[in-house]
Design a protein around this ligand. Structure first.
Ligand code: HEM
Length: 452
C-alpha cells in the first residue's frame, strides 16, 4: 500500500481559498506539481515568498551562504513567548555563541553516555503498553519526552516538575500550535499580531517551571553534587571565545527548545514509522529478527551502545519514514539583501522556504519517491539521492545538533517495541498527514498491538 499523502490543491485557485487552505494545513495547501517544480513563487503586495526546490538552491541557502538567509522574523515572533531567545530562533553572533556552548553536549561520545537513560525510558514505555488498539502519536510523545527529561535532567517524566512541564506543553500546543502555519501566511501588515492572553499565560507557566529546574541545577553545580547529564554539561561549558557560561535566563530558553525540538519531532517520526511497519508485515518480520539482539536485555541493565550497529534495517526504516514524513516539513528563511533565483528578483525580506517534505519526495531525485522502500538505503546509489534531497535534520551550520541522539533513541525504541509486540494496522484507519507543530495525522495514528 502506498503511504498516505495529503490531498493536494488544484494548480489554480483564488487567493482567498489558498490562504484559507494554508492556514489550515501547509501540506495540502501545496499543489502536487511541487514534487517536480524547481521553484515556486508567491508575490503579493505584502508578501513575496519562494520555495526553493533544487539541491543547488537549497545548498546555497543552508550551506554556502547561510548568513545571507537568517531565520525569518515572521516565524521568530510566533515562537518568542515560549522560546525567548533560544538557539532555534536567534541569528548572527547570538546564535553562533549559543551553538558553541551547545554543540559539545552532543558530540560523539555524549550520545553513548545518554544511552542508559534512553534504555530506562524505553523500558518504562514497555511497561505502559497493553494489547489492543493504541494511538501511537500520544504514546511516542510520552516516551520521547521521558527520554529528554532523563538525559537532560536525570529525572523520569513521573517526577513532579517534569510531569507538570509535560502537561503544560501539551495544553500550550493545543491552544497555540508552535509551528503556527498562520505565521507563514501572507498577512497584510495591518493584521494585528498580538498573542492571545492565554498563549502568553501558558508560555509563562512553562518557563516558570523550567526556571525551577534550572535554578535547582545551578545550585547543585555550585555545591558539586550535580549529576553528569546534558544539563550539567551545557551549564558548565564555557564559551571558548568569552569564557562565559549561560545565565539562568539563557539556559531556560535552551531547555525550552530542547524539550520541544527534542521530543515532538522524534515522536512524530516514530509514530509514522510504526504505522509504516504495521502496514508492511513482511518487512516487520525482518525487523523483528534484527531486534532479537536487544531482547535479552529486557528487564535488565542497558545493553551497550554498540547494539545499535547490529540493527541496520531498523535504522533504514526510520530513515525512510523521515524521508516520507519529515517532522519539520518546511523551514523558513528571509533574504537579508536582494537576490536573484532562477531569473526572479527577490528583495530584502523576501521569505525563502526550504521544504524537507518536497525534497524528500522530489521526483527528479528519488525513484518511486512516494513509496515505502526502506531497502533503498542499502543501495549505494541512494547516497547521492540523500545528499541531494534528504533534509529531515536540515543541513549546514544550523543542522539539527540532536540528529545523532534522535537516531539512537529511535532505533532503540522501535527495537524495544518489536521485541515484544506485533504491530498491525487498524482496519479502515489510514492516517492523513497534516502539518501542525510537526507532521501529524489528522485523527491520530492508530495501530493494534498483540503480544508476540
Ligand atoms: C527525529 C528527530 C528530529 C528531527 C527530525 C529534527 C529536525 C530538526 C530540524 C529540521 C532543525 C532545523 C530547523 C531550522 O533550521 O529551521 C532542527 C534544529 C534543532 N534541533 Fe532537531 N530534530 C530532531 C531531534 C532533536 C533532538 C532530539 C534535539 C535535542 C535533544 C534537537 C535539538 C535541536 C536544536 C537545539 C535545533 C536548533 C539548532 C540551530 O538552530 O542551530 N532536535 N532539528
Amino acid at each position: 500500500m502506498r503511504p498516505p499523502m495529503p490531498d493536494h490543491r488544484p494548480d489554480r485557485l483564488p487567493l482567498w481559498r489558498h490562504i484559507a487552505l494554508f492556514r489550515r494545513d501547509i501540506l495540502s495547501a501545496q499543489p502536487a506539481r511541487l514534487y517536480r517544480a524547481r521553484m515556486a513563487e508567491v508575490k503579493l503586495p505584502f508578501l513575496h515568498s519562494v520555495m526553493v526546490n533544487t539541491p543547488e538552491l537549497v545548498r546555497l541557502v543552508l550551506q554556502e551562504r547561510p548568513a545571507d538567509f537568517p531565520k525569518s522574523a515572521r516565524v521568530r515572533e510566533g515562537l518568542r513567548p515560549l522560546l525567548g531567545d533560544s538557539i532555534f530562533i536567534t541569528n548572527g553572533a547570538v546564535w553562533a555563541r549559543q551553538r558553541r556552548m551547545i554543540d559539545p553536549a552532543f558530540e560523539g561520545g555524549r550520545t553513548r553516555e545518554s544511552f542508559p537513560a534512553m534504555w530506562a525510558a524505553a523500558e518504562a514505555m514497555a511497561a505502559r503498553l497493553a494489547p489492543g488498539e493504541i494511538e501511537v502519536e500520544a504514546a511516542m510523545s510520552h516516551v520521547t519526552a521521558d527520554v529528554i527529561f532523563r538525559t537532560l535532567f536525570s529525572v523520569p517524566i513521573e517526577e513532579a516538575t517534569a510531569a507538570e512541564v509535560y502537561r503544560a506543553f501539551r495544553a500550550h500546543q493545543r491552544a497555540n500550535p508552535i509551528l503556527n502555519p498562520a505565521a507563514l501566511v501572507p498577512m497584510p501588515p495591518w493584521v494585528p499580531r498580538l498573542f492571545p492572553r492565554k498563549t502568553r499565560a501558558t508560555a509563562a507557566r512553562i518557563r516558570a517551571l523550567i526556571t525551577r529546574m534550572v535554578d535547582a541545577r545551578m545550585a547543585e553545580i555550585a555545591a558539586g553534587t550535580a549529576p553528569d547529564d546534558l544539563a550539567t554539561k551545557i551549564m558548565t561549558t564555557t564559551d571558548p571565545e568569552t569564557g562565559a557560561r549561560f545565565s539562568t535566563e539563557e539556559m531556560v530558553d535552551q531547555v525550552a527548545i530542547f524539550f520541544l525540538a527534542g521530543h515532538e519531532t522524534s515522536a512524530s517520526a516514530l509514530a509514522w514509522t510504526l504505522w509504516l511497519v504495521a502496514a508492511h508485515p513482511d518487512w516487520q518480520a525482518r525487523l523483528r529478527d534484527e531486534a532479537a539482539v536487544l531482547c535479552g536485555s529486557i528487564g535488565g541493565v542497558s545493553p551497550d551502545f554498540s547494539v545499535l550497529r547490529a540493527m541496520p534495517l531498523i535504522r533504514d526504516t526510520f530513515r525512510e519514514a523521515l524521508r516520507l514524513y519529515p517532522p519539520v516539513p518546511m523551514m523558513v528563511r528571509e533574504a537579508a539583501g536582494p537576490e536573484c533565483f532562477r531569473g526572479r528578483d527577490l528583495g530584502a525580506g523576501a521569505q525563502v522556504i526550504v521544504s524537507p517534505w518536497h525534497m524528500g519526495r522530489n521526483e527528479r531525485i528519488w525513484d518511486d519517491p512516494h513509496d515505502f522502500r526502506p531497502e533503498r538505503w542499502q543501495d549505494p546509489a541512494t547516497t547521492a539521492c540523500a545528499r541531494a534531497g534528504f533534509l529531515p535534520f536540515s543541513a549546514g551550520p544550523r543542522v539539527c545538533p540532536g540528529a545523532g541522539f534522535a537516531m539512537a533513541e529511535a532505533v532503540l525504541i522501535l527495537a524495544r517495541i518489536l521485541c515484544a509486540w506485533e504491530v498491525q494496522p487498524l482496519p479502515g484507519a489510514v492516517p492523513q498527514p497534516v502539518a501542525q507543530l510537526t507532521v501529524r495525522a489528522r485523527d491520530g495514528i492508530r495501530v493494534v498491538l498483540s503480544r508476540r
